[in-house]
Design a protein around this ligand. Structure first.
Ligand SMILES: [Fe+2]
Ligand SMILES: [Fe+2]
Length: 195
């Protein structure tokens, strides 16, 4: 018999307390262990979600302020363009890390993360990258000649990759949820993924 079960069965005080707390203390222990495991299974999607929510927020802020209302926040055009550049750099780095360290592991068993047969997430990254390249060129042009800044042009540029970006950010988190990972990996394998 499990030593813990023996102790709880024959220890009079514990037995009494456990009976007072719950009709089945072992199921509580098992429930706690199960929810600990669930948290481990979902760690990847939780972390990914927190990055992605940040990217969505930054994108929405850039869009909202593009009409010149950045001035109301006390931002100059230069500062606004710098924050657009930071968004661009961070998202590019996020994708570079995923493609180098995470997709190759997941893609061996989950076709949507495949890096060889053009998995859907890699295809989305390419679409987003095209949008980010246009954004980078626009930032560059406006930094060189601030009078060329046009809210319409900035919004059109952001609108061009909004759909592919937002659907990718949501789908990736969805695909990384524990209930999906369980179909392809052991918990130990998931915990070894470098995040
Ligand atoms: Fe991601
Ligand atoms: Fe991604």
């Amino acid at each position: 018999m499990n030593p813990l079960r023996l102790i709880l069965t024959f220890h009079p005080h514990l037995h009494h307390r456990c009976r007072a707390m719950s009709s089945n203390p072992f199921s509580k222990v098992q429930d706690e262990a199960a929810s600990r495991d669930e948290r481990k299974w979902n760690k990847l999607s939780r972390m990914m979600s927190s990055f992605h929510e940040g990217f969505k927020e930054q994108f929405n802020t850039l869009y909202e302020l593009s009409d010149g209302s950045f001035n109301k926040r006390g931002w100059s055009l230069g500062l606004y363009l710098e924050s657009a550049k930071r968004f661009n750099d961070h998202l590019t780095m996020h994708h570079t890390i995923e493609e180098a360290y995470i997709f190759p592991i997941l893609g061996r068993r989950m076709k949507q993360f495949s890096t060889e047969s053009d998995g859907e997430h890699l295809a989305s990254h390419k679409g987003i990258h095209d949008g980010l390249q246009s954004l980078k060129s626009l930032i560059h042009k406006c930094k060189a000649d601030p009078t060329s800044y046009s809210p319409t042009e900035m919004r059109a540029c952001l609108d061009n990759f909004r759909e592919v970006l937002f659907s990718h950010l949501d789908q990736e988190v969805q695909d990384l949820q524990g209930e999906n990972l369980k179909k392809y990996f052991t918990l130990k394998e998931v915990e070894e993924i470098p995040v």
